[in-house]
Every structure is written in structure tokens, then in C-alpha cells.
Design a protein around this ligand. Structure first.
Ligand SMILES: *Cc1c(COP(=O)(O)O)cnc(C)c1O
Length: 388
């Protein structure tokens, strides 16, 4: 039995997969079992922020595997302390809770928001506003939070207490921000929803209105965080710092991790017995995260990310079939004039380029470390497909 047959016989069929077995990777390229090479413009959906098997990152991760791979959270580890310090100081947050995924990071944020409000105001102020077209994860509660009806099927009953507001609609926000609301949760750039950045005016209105009423702002930076948008957090680009920020995808360079960061206001809401995770803060994940943060916060790194983003946008501007380009930094959506995004992704695969889609757009999430010549090579392939 070949790998795909074996896989399909034993792994649940929850993804539309391409018939392709990836075997190894190095830098911004990976190779399938037939030896065919691909340039990576997808980063494993934004996770492999330093590309495949980055030398320093791999040393950090493997070194940690050989030193101590895990202890329960009943003990301390140095790497979790070092990583937490680096993460908090570089983002300007006071405290972090570590989990293992974006959904878990958001679950933690939701629990903190509800408990903050319960502790201070008692019952009834538990609703959380999320945006239409958002994506917050696949657990039952984060599915409830996700503002897309297609996700609200089969698994009834869903967690109560989420109210959707239309993104960028300040009037809708005002109408729904009543005294049952404890938090507003949003992605600065809706990723899965089609790479759509929020308007500055809307983000300003969220912060102003929430600030007046002690309603918390939760920024879901699971996809936008840690350099993806050209600044460490996308909130920096809006001049805003949420009460709670969640991170996951690119944070540890491809090792499973989730992080929920809190400022002063919420950093003592969770106490022993109110939250936990067996694997949360796992030393291997922390070692990967520390290696990523050391690199991304290094001198000039984010300037290069922005230069690369500008280059991509300048190339796309010359392609007639690319009707418009959205997103921030190296999180890019391409709306096509007449071609189908999924077809483009398939053709690119044949020609050795890994792309993603987001709704009806082609989505680019290249590794932050991608080099100009690699970008050029990949964009040439994309251009040739779009101009056919
Ligand atoms: C991917 C994503 C999630 C879910 O992360 P998982 O690690 O798959 O649980 C949540 N929020 C946003 C914005 C995401 O892009």
C-alpha cells in the first residue's frame, strides 16, 4: 500500500488534500516523495515562519529534546521562563498562558474575559462580540465565536454568548455593545475570511467604545502575529494594544503552540484551578518559540519583511488578472478577475509552487525568511499561470 492509500485508510477524512506526499524541506523549498521540488509561499499556513528546518531553530529544538522534552506544569523549566520573558518584553504584555494551538489560545482569552467580568460585575455580562466573516478556531466554543454560519452546523448545542457585528460597521457595533457584553474579539486582518484588513476608523471605534465601558478588547493575532504583517504584532500597525492578544501559528516556527497574552488589567484573572493544559508551555515548543522570537526581533528583520511585501505587491500590480491585492505585510490576498483561485493553486503545484486560498482569493503566506530571488522565482510561476 502506498502512503496515500495507507493514510486514507487510517486517518479521518477531514481535509481536501492534494495527492502529494511531502518528504523533506530546507529553507524555502520542500521535496515530495518523487523528488519534485516546490517553492513555499504558504509556510504550512503561516506556521513555518523561518522556513523549513532552519539551522538555528532546529538546533534549539533538538537541543531541548535532548536536554528535557517535557515536565508537568507542577514544575518550572528554564526555557519556559526565558521564552515567556522574551515574549512579554518584546510585545509589551505582562503575562502569558501557554497552550498548544490557536483555538486553545482563544479559549483561554474567552475564559479570561468572562471571568474578568464575572469577578467585577457578577453574572449576566458574558457576551462576546465577534465579527461577521471571522475565524477563531475549531473547538465548539471557538466555532461559536467564528462569525460564519457555515461553521454552525451539526454539533448542536453550541456555546452561547457570541454576538456578531459586521466588520467595519461602527453603527452595528454601537447598537450591539450593550451591558451584556464583556469583550470584543477581532482579527486585525481576517485571514481565513479572505485576507481583509480592518479599517483604522473601525478599530479606533472598538477601542474607544470598549475603553469607556470597561469592555475588553481581544486581538486574535493567531495568524497576524509575530512578524507576519511586517510588525511584531498587527496591533502595532493600528497603534493599539489589546487587553488580550492570542498567538499561535507562526510563533514557534512549526512546533505546536498557542499563547494568550494579557496586559496589567487581566493578568491575575486566572488563578490555580481555573485553567490549565498538560502540554502547555512544553519545553520543545518554547525552545522553537524562543528561536523564532530571537530572529524576528533581530535588527532589521522586520524591515526586510516589509521590503519583501512591497516587492510582491509591485509585481502583482503589473498582472492584469490580479484585480486587487489585500492584506498587510507578508499576509497577502489576491482577488482574481476571471480565474478560479483553487485552479490557480492546483496549477502552481504542478509547476513547483505552494500557494493557499482564502475564500475566493489566492493567499500568499511565504516564510518570513524568504529571499528576493526565491520570491522572484515563485512570482514568475504565479504570473505565468495568471497570464495564460
Ligand atoms: C488558524 C487560526 C485559528 C485556529 O488556530 P488552530 O491552531 O488551528 O487552532 C484561530 N484564529 C485565527 C485568526 C486563525 O488564523
Amino acid at each position: 500500500m502506498n502512503t496515500i492509500e495507507k493514510f486514507n485508510q487510517h486517518v479521518m477524512n477531514t481535509y481536501g488534500r492534494f495527492p502529494l506526499v511531502m518528504e523533506n524541506g530546507s529553507g524555502r523549498r520542500c521535496t515530495d516523495e518523487n523528488g519534485k521540488s516546490y517553492i513555499d509561499f504558504g509556510s504550512g499556513i503561516g506556521t513555518n515562519s523561518l522556513g523549513f528546518c532552519d539551522e538555528k531553530w532546529a538546533d534549539a529544538v533538538c537541543g531541548q529534546v535532548r536536554a528535557i522534552q517535557h515536565t508537568s506544569n507542577y514544575y518550572y523549566t528554564k526555557i519556559q521562563a526565558d521564552f515567556a520573558e522574551k515574549l512579554c518584553t518584546s510585545t509589551g504584555y505582562s503575562k502569558v498562558f501557554f497552550g498548544n494551538s490557536g483555538a486553545e489560545a482563544n479559549e483561554c482569552a474567552i475564559k479570561i474575559a468572562r471571568k474578568y467580568s464575572f469577578d467585577k460585575y457578577g453574572k449576566g455580562r458574558h457576551n462576546i462580540i465577534t465579527l461577521v466573516n471571522s475565524f477563531h478556531g475549531r473547538t465548539l466554543t471557538t466555532l461559536s465565536a467564528t462569525g460564519q454560519e457555515v461553521f454552525h452546523n451539526y454539533f448542536f448545542p453550541f456555546t452561547e454568548g457570541f454576538v456578531n457585528v459586521i466588520a467595519n460597521d461602527i453603527d452595528d457595533l454601537k447598537e450591539k455593545l450593550d451591558d451584556t457584553v464583556c469583550a470584543v474579539m477581532m482579527e486585525y486582518v481576517q485571514g481565513e475570511g479572505g485576507v481583509i484588513a480592518l479599517d483604522k476608523e473601525f478599530v479606533d471605534a472598538v477601542y474607544t467604545l470598549c475603553g469607556e465601558r470597561d469592555i475588553l478588547v481581544i486581538a486574535d493575532e493567531v495568524q497576524t502575529g509575530i512578524g507576519r504583517t511586517g510588525s511584531l504584532l498587527a496591533g502595532d500597525l493600528y497603534g493599539r494594544k489589546a487587553d488580550i492578544t492570542t498567538l499561535a501559528k507562526g510563533l514557534a516556527g512549526g512546533v505546536p503552540i498557542g499563547a494568550c497574552l494579557t496586559g496589567e488589567k487581566c493578568s491575575t484573572v486566572l488563578v490555580p484551578g481555573t485553567h490549565g493544559s498538560t502540554f502547555g508551555g512544553n519545553p520543545i515548543a518554547c525552545a522553537g518559540g524562543k528561536a523564532v522570537l530571537d530572529r524576528v526581533t533581530g535588527e532589521g528583520f522586520l524591515d526586510e519583511v516589509n521590503a519583501k511585501a512591497d516587492f510582491i505587491k509591485s509585481v502583482l500590480a503589473e498582472i492584469d488578472e490580479a484585480e486587487s491585492v489585500s492584506g498587510l505585510g507578508l499576509m497577502i490576498g489576491i482577488k482574481l478577475k476571471s480565474k478560479n483561485a483553487a485552479d490557480v493553486v492546483k496549477k502552481a503545484l504542478d509547476r513547483g509552487l505552494l500557494l493557499l486560498t482564502a475564500k475566493d482569493k489566492v493567499r500568499l503566506l511565504p516564510p518570513l525568511t524568504i529571499e528576493m530571488n526565491e520570491l522572484e522565482e515563485g512570482l514568475n510561476i504565479l504570473k505565468s499561470i495568471l497570464e495564460e
